[in-house]
Design a binder for this molecule. Structure first.
Ligand code: ZN
Length: 219
């Protein structure tokens, strides 16, 4: 997922593939403990971290750099949203998330209340759409040392995790978005960014009160 920061795109360390590339639609494979510790995977993780920061993005999954492996990196820095209105940040329940690596993640929804905001994807560059996501999730995974980790996340952090773990199962936000809300990032900035979701939905001719429940998240 991109950051929402308006910094110009720098050249990425690894090439980020775009929608239409078959790897983005493939089920990525799990890694063994031994494989996680190999120099090859350790180096891939480092490159993914650098590529995410360079983009800049708040998450990046291995299929996005052409590797069909269950690895994702996430990081949401305060600088990415510090210029935003406090109400905008609070509505999204957006807090800084330190950089971490998820390998072979399993996601469980812990609060299925659907929350809907515009989100984008580094593999669908230049576009954004309203996407309903569960409000809170629990994710169990291995870190880069192959240790077991459990993370409980809500708000924007939970959204990032749902988005990145979708990538590991060949899913893009396009599969879940409100299709009528699909917009270029320039038009989003011009017409939609500062509107509460309810008002955006009304202007788009979508039902204003009842949000579509997200599909069950099982990973
Ligand atoms: Zn993405």
């Amino acid at each position: 997922m991109p950051t929402d920061a308006s910094s110009p795109l720098a050249s990425a360390r690894l090439k980020i593939v775009q929608a239409g590339e078959p790897v983005l639609r493939a089920e990525a494979r799990e890694l063994s403990i031994a494989e996680i510790r190999t120099p090859k995977i350790q180096s891939l993780i480092e490159m993914m971290r650098a590529t995410m920061r360079d983009a800049p993005g708040v998450g990046l999954a291995a299929p996005q750099v052409g590797e069909s492996l269950r690895i994702a990196v996430v990081e949401d820095r305060e600088e990415y949203f510090q210029g935003a209105e406090p109400a905008w940040i609070a509505e999204r329940e957006r807090l800084p998330v330190p950089c971490y690596v998820l390998i072979n993640p399993r996601l469980t929804v812990t609060d299925a209340e659907p929350v809907e905001f515009f989100e984008g994807c580094l593999s669908v560059a230049g576009f954004t759409a309203l996407v309903p996501r569960a409000r809170a999730v629990r994710v169990e995974f291995r870190n880069e040392q192959a240790d077991r980790v459990v993370v409980e996340a809500r708000g924007w952090h939970a959204r990032i995790l749902q988005h990145e773990i979708d990538h590991l199962h060949g899913r893009l936000y396009l599969d879940r978005m409100e299709t009528r809300s699909f917009a270029t990032t320039a038009n989003h900035a011009r017409h939609w960014r500062d509107l509460p979701t309810r008002d955006a939905r009304a202007a788009l001719g979508l039902r204003t009160k009842i949000w579509r429940a997200p599909r069950p998240e099982k990973s």
